[in-house]
Design a protein around this ligand. Structure first.
Ligand code: 5GP
Ligand code: ZN
Length: 113
């Protein structure tokens, strides 16, 4: 996807603070963190949202979850964190390349769902 912001991060065309990378996934710090730990975990392949990913490639979805676990461990929040996939503009999605928000490291600033 030529113009997709997160595809550009995957290709290294836009800088990001990477915290984890596998053959199929990459994780980087959110530019505007909403929690002490706020990492975005994405598949390198472009899918618009988690529904498209789950329908097209559930194994890749599992690899994203494995990356979430690895990042939570690295960041020291494995026993207490939240994962959010905003899906659609009405639910707050602004970047249309599927991404898991991994939020942790405190209980302020990102209220209960
Ligand atoms: P959404 O609103 O789509 O669920 O989440 C998009 C997230 O991407 C937001 O939390 C926003 O702060 C983050 N974001 C937007 N542009 C960039 C960027 O260029 N670099 C990084 N690291 N995060 C970004
Ligand atoms: Zn993309």
């Amino acid at each position: 996807m030529e113009d997709c912001l997160f595809c550009k991060i995957v290709r290294g065309e836009i800088p990001a603070t990477l915290v984890h990378e596998t053959e199929t996934t990459v994780a980087f710090r959110d530019i505007s963190p909403k929690a002490p730990v706020h990492v975005l975990v994405i598949p390198k392949a472009h899918y618009a949202n988690v529904a498209e990913l789950g329908a097209a490639d559930p194994a890749l979805g599992g690899q994203v979850l494995a990356a979430v676990e690895a990042v939570a461990t690295k960041e020291g929040v494995r026993d207490s964190f939240r994962v959010v996939f905003n899906t659609g503009p009405a639910m707050g999605q602004t970047v249309f390349h599927v991404h898991a928000h991994l939020l942790g490291g405190g209980s302020t600033g990102f209220g209960a769902v």
